[in-house]
Design a binder for this molecule. Structure first.
Ligand SMILES: *[C@@H]1O[C@H](CO)[C@@H](O)[C@H](O)[C@H]1NC(C)=O
Ligand SMILES: *[C@@H]1O[C@H](CO)[C@@H](O)[C@H](O)[C@H]1NC(C)=O
Ligand SMILES: *[C@@H]1O[C@H](CO)[C@@H](O)[C@H](O)[C@H]1NC(C)=O
Length: 642
């Protein structure tokens, strides 16, 4: 009898497995999410309000001597950073007459000063704007003004950039403070002496008594494909949600986290730094990413968790091979934008590292985590998701029942949709009633997230126009409101989520959608090609855009036009093959290694405008042939048909 029952039990289990192959992963993920949601709820309800700063203070009390930051050979314990941030807060409060709620812009590199300044200002209840330290002149002034700050804190390395805009800042009545000891900016005093003399006693809580979970904690700038950067408002609630990602991915209390991404972006600051504080772990902080030092750093500091973006993984894989590259303790990699080919090579070279691919936008109200082992997927819709999506309008009216709050505050279960998108016009397809149309399973669509009280879209500071651009109305019903992620995704029949491309990174040619990242993946498999930046260019007399690639060559290699041609023809459908190739000494990037395209698109393929070597796909001769003025005019007047 018992035997029979056991057999039936195992059979049932097998059946469940076969029908729902991912149920164990789904359940584990849902359980973890629920536990996190319960914690978030507790923090949101707690009186007085509890923010990520309080998690830091708790960690500093629990283990003051534990290393918080390793930076350029120096070690700062949780206690050290706590005391230094107290001193910094006292001095800034006195010098700049700061009060709760006053925004302060930090123009600092990736260094412990930035961390101390943020913590110190958080102790005063002041939101912080994280300025990108690569920006200059007009862009710097723009970013500074849109957060409404009257105080700028900087360090000596950025002296030149600050001096350039100082007259304009002065005119606006802005005070500038310098944290470093050594050099000085003309007319700007250094706070270094005052900071070292100030008292390090804790700051009274009532200085930040009015801060709530909905208050602005940070302004983080997001750079779009066009225009000046926008300041996304990050509330304390959002900061908690992002800092839980480490925990959701299984980072433990004894892990060592490696941050080599800029802290002025959400991955580095919210997921990297915020998450490490939430876990109370040690961080190895780098001024900037270096592929050649990466594994040495990991070995030296016993790093166990690394953070990546697609490009940094590619740089690691492009670095020359070494014998000891599997000798390290890295067990987990968190990030986004990892392409399939790079991912397999990464594992093959550097050993068994669990990769957790995330999808989320700084300002967005949607996110996915890849918690199963499906190559290529960025996430998964689970049972809760689907239930919620179907029932979303009903649930909203439940109000703040605890269960509803738990489910909604997950930020992992939020109402979202994929809608049909017209690549050509770069706008959603609408039906005769002017409403959007849900994309079919397997079909690429634009991801939009319903804006509700629980999944709000706070928008950009001082930029109603840009905020409005990200809002999409009349999606499923007249008068509803969604957040437009600008990302094209695909859900498959098994509920896996795949990232396709960003709007603008996909172009249309011969009636087909070409994803630039896919083309780049194929081109970089050619022996001579190191990197490729793929985009579409207008060709007179043709609809859509023809594919073009700006490439760089590997060290010591010449452009092998026949091999590149074979690569393109063997692995890409005809419409996706790049028609033009432009060889550059280096590809231009933004601060987060996103490739710049706008200028390239404008320059097109006209040899008169471009001094780089230029080639076109010559199907008759089965090669990429040099572009000449004659070929150019033959293409534009239609004698050569693409
Ligand atoms: C904080 O709230 C109290 C009471 O509501 C108010 O008197 C005080 O001015 C507020 N402080 C700031 C900085 O807004
Ligand atoms: C790294 O781990 C090794 C062996 O466990 C230990 O001897 C060493 O001190 C550790 N290094 C650091 C920087 O913690
Ligand atoms: C998702 O995670 C699994 C397991 O860590 C991994 O095998 C898979 O490649 C990941 N997918 C992506 C796109 O990273």
């Amino acid at each position: 009898m018992l035997l029979w029952l056991t057999a039936a039990g195992s059979l049932l289990l097998l059946l469940v497995r076969a029908l729902f192959p991912y149920w164990a992963d789904d359940c584990a993920h849902i359980l973890r999410s629920l536990l996190l949601a319960a914690r978030l709820l507790k923090y949101k309800r707690s009186q007085p309000f509890r923010g990520v700063l309080d998690a830091f203070l708790a960690a500093a009390r629990r283990h003051p001597a534990k290393t918080f930051l390793h930076f350029e050979g120096e070690r700062f314990s949780y206690g050290d950073v706590d005391l230094r941030s107290n001193r910094l807060a006292r001095v800034l409060r006195q010098e700049a007459r700061l009060r709760e709620g006053d925004a302060v812009a930090l123009f600092l590199g990736n260094e412990p000063n930035l961390v101390c300044a943020w913590l110190g200002l958080a102790k005063l209840g002041c939101p912080v704007a994280l300025l990108n330290f690569h920006i200059r002149a007009k862009s710097l002034l723009h970013c500074f003004s849109c957060c409404g700050a009257k105080v700028l804190v900087t360090s000596a390395e950025l002296q030149d950039a600050v001096e350039e805009v100082l007259p304009a800042l002065r005119e606006q009545g802005v005070s500038v403070y310098l944290l470093s000891e050594t050099r000085k900016i003309r007319g700007v005093g250094s706070l270094a002496d005052k900071i070292s003399e100030a008292s390090d006693r804790p700051l009274p809580r009532d200085l930040r008594a009015n801060v709530t979970v909905r208050s602005t904690a940070l302004y983080i700038y997001t750079s779009g494909t066009t225009g000046l950067p926008k300041a996304a408002i990050v509330t304390h609630e959002r900061m908690w949600a992002a800092s839980f990602i480490q925990s959701a991915c299984g980072v433990a209390r004894d892990d060592v986290f490696y941050i080599n991404l800029p802290l002025y972006h959400s991955s580095g600051f919210l997921i990297g730094l915020g998450g490490s504080i939430e876990r109370g772990i040690s961080v190895v902080l780098k001024r900037k990413f270096s592929a050649s030092q990466f594994w040495d750093d990991c070995r030296e500091h016993n790093v166990t968790v690394m953070q990546y973006i697609g490009e940094t993984m590619r740089y690691l894989c492009n670095a020359p091979k070494k014998d000891n590259e599997k000798e390290h303790k890295v067990r987990l990699a968190l990030g986004n934008g990892l392409r399939r080919d790079v991912w397999s090579e990464f594992l093959w070279r550097f050993g068994d590292i669990k990769v957790k691919e995330l999808y989320a936008a700084t300002e967005g109200n949607i996110g996915f985590i890849n918690y199963t082992s499906k190559v290529g997927a960025v996430g998964r819709l689970n049972f809760f998701h689907r239930l919620w999506t179907q029932k979303c309008s009903a649930v909203v009216s439940f109000g703040e029942t605890p269960l509803n709050v738990v489910i909604l505050s997950l930020q992992l279960i939020f109402p979202h949709l994929l809608i049909k998108f017209d690549i050509e016009k770069e706008e959603p397809v609408r039906n005769s009633q002017g409403l959007c149309i849900e994309a079919a399973r397997g079909e690429m669509g634009l991801l939009v997230g319903k804006v509700t009280q629980r999944s709000p879209f706070v928008g950009y500071a001082g930029n109603e126009q840009q905020t409005e651009k990200k809002r999409l109305r009349d999606v499923m019903k007249n008068g509803d409101l969604y957040f437009n992620t600008g990302d094209l995704l695909r859900f498959d029949d098994d509920n896996f989520v795949y990232f396709h491309d960003r709007v603008g990174d996909t172009f249309r040619w011969k009636g087909e959608n070409v994803a630039t990242s896919e083309v780049a993946d194929v081109l970089t498999m050619a022996r001579c090609i190191l990197e490729a930046n793929v985009y579409g260019v207008k060709v007179k007399g043709n609809e859509g855009r023809a594919g073009m690639a700006a490439i760089t060559l590997k060290d010591g290699e010449d452009f092998d036009c026949v091999d590149a041609y074979r690569q393109a023809v063997n692995y890409l459908p005809a419409y996706a093959r790049p028609r033009f190739i432009r060889i550059q000494p280096a590809l231009e990037m933004t601060g987060t290694f996103k490739l710049k395209k706008t200028k390239l698109v404008d320059q097109g393929f006209d040899p008169a405008l471009i001094s780089d070597p230029l080639y076109y796909l010559d199907a008759a001769r089965q090669t990429f042939a040099p572009m000449t003025e004659e070929v150019y005019s033959a293409i534009t007047c239609g004698t050569i048909i693409l």
